[in-house]
Design a protein around this ligand. Structure first.
Ligand SMILES: [Zn+2]
Length: 395
């Protein structure tokens, strides 16, 4: 997802705001329907039922009919996706969109010729019922853009974000499985023993960020100078996010090229960020990083890595239950909290194996073991020799 500054003319702005209003109206209708539902009642209408109701509403209200049906349908689809995310436990329940605060709409089935470069600094995009709208070509537009989202923020700025789903990369056919663990000391560890670290803040950037935060605390609320400091912080955050995204693209491509099956933790990101300390069953990880700016970036980075892997290694990503991966020995299967000597070191109290704690967790994930509370191992699948094999440790 890459975001660009959109510069509509005054006339176009009216049309864009209308799309926003329609999308918000349809979204809020869906929220209302779902908030009326409670257990025992008939199920709240799903997407298809809502799409039918939308057709009726369009027949009834001229102002809705005047808008783009695609924009309105897409708002329903977005809502359906938001509900799925909510039930999956990764997101909160979708809520009301407020005028002037959450303004935006999505456009799908975008054709390649609908995004054009005009010169070095500008491009234009075709928006239904609005026409060609210029945007700042601040970086390369990804290939294969299928949809975009246009948003209007509270400061009155317009942005466009292009979403491109990359083409799947064919499996290498080497019959190898890799496990990827969201690490503590590094960003992720592979079951092959490789440690990957996503770029974060450089020490210079960290110093600058600290300085900006101190400056922010001194400025008066609502003042112009405070606004300037806030923008400087936002720019710094954006730079790090871009760097992280670039790392995600490279890492996901190399994993999709290198292994037939990629196993990752099936983690609930929301739960992870809410409770840093965790529970006895799933002890908190990344406790130290769960502070400040780095937290959001790390969390987003991991979620994005999994999403990209699912695009690129289409049908080859398996999500594994994550309980005990950090306490269990990947060699003998013994589970004990004492196995974890420190954040970085794992030493099994039963068999004595010592290795990097994140790599140990990654090997458990790669093995795809469903672990019972008593610690018995249950390998997934049947005949082991016909299953893809664990990629060996490369030390
Ligand atoms: Zn052991």
């Amino acid at each position: 997802m890459s975001r660009y500054r959109l510069s509509p003319t005054l006339e176009q702005e009216v049309g864009l705001l209308e799309h926003c209003a329609h999308a918000r109206f349809v979204w809020n209708l869906a929220v209302e329907q779902h908030s009326c539902w409670w257990p025992g009642r008939a199920a709240a209408p799903g997407y298809f039922e809502q799409a039918r109701q939308l057709t009726e509403a369009r027949a009834e209200f001229a102002w809705l009919r005047a808008g783009s049906v695609m924009v309105q349908q897409q708002a329903l689809r977005d809502f359906a996706q938001a509900m799925r995310n909510f039930f999956a436990g990764t997101h909160r329940r979708p809520t009301w969109r407020k005028a002037g605060r959450h303004e935006g709409f999505r456009q799908v089935s975008v054709k390649p010729e609908q995004i054009q470069r005009l010169n070095r600094k500008h491009g234009r995009v075709w928006v239904r019922k609005v026409g060609w709208v210029r945007f700042r070509w601040s970086r390369a537009v990804p290939n294969g853009v299928k949809s975009y989202r246009i948003t209007h923020d509270r400061a009155g700025r317009w942005h466009i974000a292009f979403a491109a789903v990359p083409d799947p990369i064919p499996a290498p056919g080497n019959n190898l499985i890799v496990g990827v663990d969201r690490g503590v000391a590094v960003s992720s560890a592979l079951s092959t023993g490789e440690l990957l670290s996503a770029p974060g803040l450089t020490s210079g950037e960290q110093q600058r960020l600290d300085r900006l935060h101190r400056a922010l605390a001194r400025r008066q609320r609502g003042s112009k100078r405070r606004g300037r400091v806030r923008r400087a912080i936002a720019r710094l955050a954006a730079r790090i996010t871009d760097r992280r995204k670039d790392w995600v693209e490279k890492t996901s491509t190399s994993l999709a090229r290198g292994f037939d099956v990629i196993r990752v933790e099936n983690l609930r990101i929301r739960g992870m960020t809410r409770s840093a300390k965790g529970t006895v069953e799933s002890p908190g990880r990344n406790v130290r990083q769960k502070a400040g700016l780095n937290r959001g970036i790390l969390t987003n980075g991991w979620g994005l890595l999994v999403t990209r892997l699912e695009h690129k290694a289409f049908g080859r990503v398996e999500k594994v239950k994550a309980a005990f991966t950090s306490q269990q020995c990947s060699a003998c299967g013994h589970i004990a909290p004492e196995n974890r000597k420190s954040q970085a070191v794992f030493q099994c109290v039963a068999c004595g194996v010592t290795c990097n704690a994140d790599v140990n967790a990654a090997r458990n994930i790669a093995a795809g073991r469903a672990v019972t509370a008593r610690g018995a191992l249950q390998p997934l699948g049947g005949a082991v020799n016909r299953e893809p094999q664990l990629a060996p440790l490369a030390l």
